[in-house]
Design a binder for this molecule. Structure first.
Ligand SMILES: Cc1ncc(COP(=O)(O)O)c(C=O)c1O
Length: 511
């Protein structure tokens, strides 16, 4: 008998026992029964209380559990038990094993990545999203949700002054948005210049000469996308720059060089807020330059896109409206729970390049009925109603206060950069235009660069393993640096100065 055969060979039980089983199943789902609803409400309040207690009690961003101790605890669990367990037992287990060992994104010393504390309204949205479980691929799975997402996309395009033909779609984040930008760039270029439909026929022979230009510090997903798109990592050409922001002259030189070599520059990716340094390219001028060569311009504004709502820093995005496509991540500087991203295109007909029809999902007749099946402009099929999070949160906070939050974090970063620059025990790598701080500890005495690198690397690891602080790490001009990403608008200058003092104490021990 194989593993899937019925264990006693009998046919399904009689109607009475089927009915009893059905009754028992009901307690595992939300339904109209008063007792189920009471259980659901008390479950939600127990979970909320557990989260609140953890956030109140958590003294440092991580409790310092070693990976070995976590592995040991996980290995004792029966992950797929034949008989279910009581929810209170599971909540207890979840608190002890998971919640207590989570990284706290609310703690002011959680500073390594573009990893934000989510806004309160978005936490409410998450509950609604999962309880109602709308799926954004088709109208018949998400009628009002599809229209809210579409309205938000259209409004965003207006805010970015992207023009009347623009459109957008929600994505799982910057990786997917950057991929979509380069996918459309590749397919549009091939169609326009070689009358070749890549979606239908695969890559044309010329594709081996396609090149994508970007800055040295562009996100790795540019290369990753090139690989997935069949162009290969070698198709990505990093523009030589002297600092952290490429210039039009450098872009032009790189393009000319490629043309001379018989290669085909199809796209340029500018970054508005590089991951490690927060640097922002001179977007408008760079876009004009790439457009003169007929290239697709994609702007990766996963980090910096939120500046559109900043009073003091919006100008840093000047020219973003010239792009052919843009990546915006709500789960970074828009304080949304993961996942939540947006991909915008200047010309909505670009989505036609990837449109597919499935009889079961988005039959052609639906459009005539006004039924919006959003699957046609996404590379995902089943998709969460993540748009509800910014929809609720931006209405709750208001764009003015939201902009003030960003301005506060950038002012804080400027303030701390001044502090670091004035201290001979630190070296500031670069004045970022956003809320990142890249610096390193400089020990006294005559130590080699390698020794200084080692101390800074160890600082990061020691802080992480003790759980005292989660700080970032990067390299510039062959040197190791530490990075604070000051996304959290609840963080104060005192919080950061206290950490810098701790860094010094620890460094002295390491030296
Ligand atoms: C500039 C930039 N682009 C793209 C990404 C990838 O975004 P995600 O992690 O949301 O997929 C990141 C991630 O940090 C990023 O900083």
């Amino acid at each position: 008998m194989n593993a899937f055969a019925q264990h006693d060979g009998s046919t399904n039980g009689d109607l009475k026992s089927i009915h009893e089983a059905h009754h028992a199943f009901k307690s595992f789902f939300l339904n109209e029964k008063s007792e189920t609803l009471t259980t659901y409400k008390s479950l939600v309040s127990e979970v909320a209380a557990m989260i609140a207690t953890q956030i109140k009690q958590q003294q440092q961003p991580y409790n310092g559990s070693s990976s070995a101790s976590l592995l040991q605890k996980i290995s004792t669990l029966e992950l797929f038990p034949a008989k279910g367990k009581a929810m209170d037992v599971l909540l207890h287990q979840t608190r002890e094993l998971i919640i207590e060992s989570n990284i706290s994104v609310y703690h002011p010393h959680c500073l390594a990545h573009l990893h934000c504390p989510p806004l309160m309204a978005s936490l409410a949205a998450e509950m609604i999203i999962s309880a109602f479980n709308q799926s954004m691929d088709s109208w018949d799975q998400a009628p009002v949700a599809s229209m809210i997402e579409q309205a938000l996309c259209e409004q965003l395009c207006k805010i970015f002054e992207f023009g009347p033909e623009s459109d957008a779609t929600f994505t799982g984040g910057g990786t997917m948005s950057n991929f979509m930008g380069l996918l459309l760039a590749r397919d549009q270029y091939s169609k326009k210049h070689f009358n070749h439909d890549i979606q239908q026929k695969g890559l044309p022979p010329e594709a081996s000469r396609f090149r994508i230009l970007c800055a040295q510090h562009a996100h790795f997903t540019v290369a990753q996308s090139a690989a997935i798109l069949g162009l290969g990592h070698d198709a990505v050409v990093k523009i030589e720059d002297d600092g952290l922001e490429e210039t039009t002259a450098q872009l032009e030189r790189s393009i000319e060089q490629l043309l001379q070599e018989g290669l085909i520059p199809i796209a340029y990716v500018a970054t508005a807020g590089t991951t490690d340094f927060g640097s922002i390219a001179s977007i408008g001028a760079m876009a004009d330059c790439a457009h003169r060569y007929g290239m697709w311009v994609h702007i990766d504004a996963a980090y910096g896109g939120a500046l559109i709502f900043s009073k003091n820093h919006k100008h840093k995005l000047a020219g973003i409206e010239k792009a052919d496509s843009v990546t915006i991540d709500f789960h970074k500087l828009f304080y949304q729970p993961i996942s939540c991203g947006v991909f915008m295109v200047k010309n909505k007909t670009s989505f036609e390049l990837i449109r597919l029809h499935a009889d079961y999902l988005n039959p052609e007749g639906n459009e005539a009925l006004g039924l919006l099946d959003l699957v046609y402009k996404s590379i995902q099929t089943t998709r969460r109603f993540d748009a509800l999070k910014p929809f609720l949160a931006l209405q709750h906070v208001g764009t003015e206060t939201f902009g003030d939050m960003l301005d506060y974090t950038i002012a804080l970063a400027e303030n701390i950069s001044d502090f670091i620059e004035a201290d001979p025990q630190f070296e500031l790598a670069y004045r970022t235009p956003i809320n990142a701080i890249v610096f390193r500890y400089l020990p006294e005495g005559d130590l080699s660069d390698t020794a200084i690198d080692n101390i800074n690397d160890q600082l990061k690891t020691t802080l992480l393993l003790s759980g005292k602080a989660i700080v970032g790490q990067t390299r510039l001009h062959e040197k190791s640096f530490l990075k604070f990403t000051l996304l959290n608008p609840m963080t104060t200058a005192d919080d950061i100065i206290q950490l810098l003092n701790e860094v010094k104490q620890l460094a002295k021990k390491l030296v």
